[in-house]
Each structure stands twice: as C-alpha cells, then as structure tokens.
Design a protein around this ligand. Structure first.
Ligand code: UDX
Ligand code: UDX
Length: 463
C-alpha cells in the first residue's frame, strides 16, 4: 500500500484522484487543498464541480480509500507519493506578464513539502508547467538540511472537462517522464505501477523529464491550432458560400488529417489552451526563437478574432445596434457537460454585448454560478435565467454559445412566437437545424455558413 497525496482539489486533482482511488483500492489517497470551502464541498453531496459520472465514483470511494482534507501539512508528512495539481495561471505582473506561467503556487507547494517531510518522497508534476520547471523544483526540494532526497516526476494530465471520467478510465495514453538516473527510474516505475492497475501497459509511455513537460504544452497547442485553423476557414466560408461543416467533413475523411477537433465555433475556451500556448510562446521567446513564438501566438490571436467577429456579425445583422435589446445567450460554460466558465467564449460575447448596452440574459444548465462569479461587477447588468424558454421570451435575438445538446432540441416554434420580430438566431456552435429555423421564421446566422435571411437584398446583411 502507498500513501498517495494530491495537493489541489480542482478540476484536475478531484476527478483524477477519484478514478485512481476507484482503481487502486489497496492505496490510500488523500486530496488536500488550502481552500476550505472547496474541501467541504468535496465532502458533501454537492461536489464543487459538475462532471458526468463523478458523483457516483466519489460516493463509492469517499471515506474508504479516498479522503478530502485541508490538513495539508499532516498529509504531506505521511505521503510516499505527492501529486501536485495546484493552479498555474498566466502571470499577470512583472517579467513575462500575460504570457509566462505564474509558478508562485508551485514554488510555495514545493517549500511546504520540504518543511513537512521527514521521509524521502516522489513529487509528481500534474499541473501543466513550462518545460524545465522540474529542474527548479528539484533545486528547491533537494536544498534541504534534513538529508532527504526528492525525485521529481512529470505526469501531465490529458483529460478534457466534460469527459474527464472516461478520459481517466480509458486514456489514449498516460505519459510519465523522469530522469534516467537509477533513482529517477525507480520513481518513474512507482508512478507507472499506479496507473498499471487499470491502464494497459502499452498505453503507458515513458520519456525523459523534459519531453514529458513539453509534450503537454505541445498537445494543447496542436489541439487548439486545429480549432483556430478551421475557424479561420469559417470566416472565408461566410464570404464564399462554402459550408464549413462540409469542408471539415471533407478534409477530416483524409486519414492523415482525421475528423476530431475540426468543429468550427465561436472560439475555444477553458483554463488550458490559451494559457498553455501563451506559455509556449514565452518559452520560445526566452530561448531566442521569435519566429516559433510568433507562429504559435497566431493560434490565440485567431481565437480572439473569431470571438470578436461573432459579435460584429450579430451587430451588423441587427441593424448595427443592440442597445436596450434583450438578447438571450444560450450557454455560459466553455464547452458542454461542464460547469466551468474559465476563458469561456460565451462570457467574452456577453461582455462585448454589455459594452454595446444590450440587455443580456444568460442561460446555462450548470454554469450560471461560475458565470456570475467570473463576470464580477458586470454580473449586476446580466439576468441569469436557467430556463432557456424564459430567457428567450421577449428577446430580439438568441445566440447559442455552448454546445449543450439540449439547446438543439428546444421547441423553437414556441420560442419564435415569444420573441420580438424580426427574430434572429446566431449559432456559435453549429448545433441547430438551420434550414428548419429559417422555415419557422428566424433569420439564421451560423459559423462558417451562408446566412439564411428573410429580408430582401437591400436590407443590411452581415459583412
Ligand atoms: C490546475 C492547473 O490550472 C492546470 O494547469 C493543471 O494542468 C492542473 O491543475 P485545475 O485543477 O483546473 O487545473 O485548477 P483549479 O480548479 O484552480 O484547482 C487548483 C486547486 O489548487 C485549487 O482548489 C486551489 O485552492 C488549490 N491550491 C492552490 C492549493 O491547494 N494550494 C496552493 O498553494 C494553491
Ligand atoms: C483540453 C485538452 O483537450 C485536454 O487534453 C487537456 O488536458 C486540457 O485542455 P478541455 O479544455 O477540458 O481540455 O476541453 P476541450 O475538449 O479540449 O475543449 C476546449 C475548447 O475547444 C472548448 O471551448 C471547446 O468547445 C472548443 N472546441 C473543441 C471547439 O471549438 N471545436 C472543436 O472541434 C473542439
């Protein structure tokens, strides 16, 4: 039996450790966090995050071999293996502001581990970190006067929110990186052994420490780059009467390209993509590679353009003014099946419409509390309405901003009747039946598709 501790009970730490506990009944796993409210929620019937399948697993293992606690120091002292999944946001001050990773939580955590340890430990980087962070961590951990040696292992997380449980139960691969020294190999094997309880050995890949750290940033950069690429093409589709869904299907059938991550959208969001790419950009600049930095930075710039373009299209379609108009935004989460609103394009659109003085009504099945918190002072100007029908009642326009499947099967005839005419619908996720909506009477604008508009050609159209 090993004593496993995870520091950071967030979107990554919580679900990861729940699945690990379920598959390793012989290990004792403690998830600690400095945030008391968060730990209290993990101990309650209302978990702090919404993630399909998570409730059942937590209920099955909590109190058996999975414990949530705020006693960080005590559990560090007892641990054999410590996973660190504290947040590493984009640094907002000083050198590298807006790009570099802010490693202050990580460094604080490393020092806390040293302070409380009385035995050697394996420290596993779960948080996404810049390449060569492990080196700094090793220096901090091993500059102790207790004669203790700490091995640092990189084990990046590839789970996506909304499918976190499935991704963790049956991962495409698990990546573990460590030094090639005897001690590093031993530490690596200890982490591999944990995953081998449920992941086939051939799916557990091992690399050197730096490859592992860089693979996480690179994977996210490649995924985001596909979205920015198809979104760039969506802008061209809207000018040429090509249909981006057809284009994505046609190119995705090429097995060299593949069909995934080609859904054009209002933009990508989430806590990882933008942060990790900016971090990659900063690293490239740091290592004297401005061309490489510029190349990747465009992925983020294209995403910002796509969000801004969506709002401009709304404005020009609605006669260049939305001031005072009720607009129902369907979706606040950055993607479907999560309550997470970090970097959500829905909130970017919401803020832009508030700047245009629209009367914004935000509707989402799970993410309204987080949206309210993220909007800060601007939340006072927004109506939060979980019922999409009530949100659309009296609205001039609807914009679908999160791909929740339930938004595709609403009774749009009833919604149309309840709206101000001419009624507009903007599909930022291309999940609706546009032809049917047009037949009902809506003016329909979708990403990367010709608009379906009831006006004659002299009426203003989106550019
Ligand atoms: C985080 C990182 O953002 C991501 O880069 C990484 O890949 C995994 O960890 P996430 O779990 O989504 O992702 O972050 P978040 O939900 O913010 O959780 C981090 C938790 O760490 C918070 O609950 C916070 O209270 C806790 N924390 C932070 C500590 O316990 N100690 C600290 O010193 C700092
Ligand atoms: C991502 C990575 O997928 C995961 O491996 C990593 O560990 C963390 O970052 P996540 O951000 O949770 O996961 O969700 P993901 O499914 O990647 O979606 C990110 C954003 O891209 C969402 O806003 C989503 O709506 C958008 N997206 C995704 C598209 O716009 N089009 C697509 O085709 C796919």
């Amino acid at each position: 039996m090993a004593n496993i501790v995870c520091i950071g009970a967030g979107y990554v730490g919580g679900p990861t450790m729940a699945v690990m506990a379920q598959n390793c009944p012989h290990h004792r796993i403690v998830v600690v966090d400095i945030n008391e409210a968060r730990i209290a929620a993990w101990q309650s019937d209302h978990l702090p995050i919404y993630e399909p399948g998570l409730d059942e697993i937590v209920r099955a293992v909590r109190g058996k071999n999975l414990v949530f606690s705020t006693e960080v120091d005590r559990h560090i002292a007892e641990a054999d293996i410590i996973f660190v999944s504290v947040n590493t946001p984009t640094k907002m001050f000083g050198q590298g502001a807006g790009r570099a990773a802010d490693l202050q939580h990580w460094e604080k955590t490393a020092r806390q581990i040293v302070r409380n340890a009385t035995t050697p430990k394996i420290v596993v980087e779960k948080s996404t970190l810049p390449v060569r962070t492990a080196e700094a961590m090793e220096h901090i951990l091993n500059s102790n006067d207790k004669g203790l040696y700490f091995d640092v292992v990189s084990n990046p997380e590839f789970l996506a929110e909304g499918t976190a449980i499935r991704d963790m139960q049956a991962p495409d691969r698990v990546l573990v990186g460590a030094h090639t020294t005897p001690s590093g190999r031993k530490a690596l094997e200890a982490v591999v052994e944990i995953y081998a309880n449920w992941v086939p050995r051939e799916r557990i890949i091992t690399t050197n420490l730096w490859s592992s750290e860089l693979s996480k940033l690179t994977a996210n950069a490649f995924l985001a780059q596909r979205i920015s690429s198809i979104n760039a093409i969506s802008a061209l589709c809207e000018q040429t009467e090509a249909d981006v869904t057809e284009v994505a299907h046609a190119i995705g059938m090429d097995s060299r390209i593949g069909p995934k991550f080609l859904r054009a959208s209002v933009g990508f969001g989430g806590s990882c993509f933008q942060k990790d790419i900016l971090n990659l950009v900063y690293l490239c600049e740091y290592y004297g590679l401005p061309e490489v930095a510029h190349y990747w930075e465009q992925v983020v710039r294209m995403n910002e353009y796509q969000e801004a373009r969506f709002v401009s299209n709304m404005l020009s379609a609605m006669f260049n003014t939305v001031a005072g108009k009720r607009i129902a935004l369907l979706g606040a989460a950055f993607k479907a099946h999560t309550s997470d609103t970090r970097e959500s394009p829905a909130l970017a659109v919401c803020r832009a419409l508030l700047d245009e003085r629209a009367a914004v009504v935000l509707s989402d099945p799970h993410a309204l509390d987080n949206a309210r918190a993220d909007l800060g002072d601007q939340a006072a100007q927004v109506i939060f309405e979980p019922d999409p029908y009530a949100a659309a009642d009296g609205a001039y326009a609807i914009a679908v901003l999160t791909e929740w499947p339930q938004f595709a099967s609403l009774d749009y005839e009833a919604i149309f009747r309840s709206m101000v005419k001419p009624a507009f619908i903007f599909d930022g996720r291309d999940i609706l039946d546009h032809r049917r909506l047009f037949d009902i009477g809506f003016n329909v604008y979708a990403i990367g598709k010709p608009p379906l508009v009831h006006f004659n050609s002299s009426t203003p159209r989106p550019s």
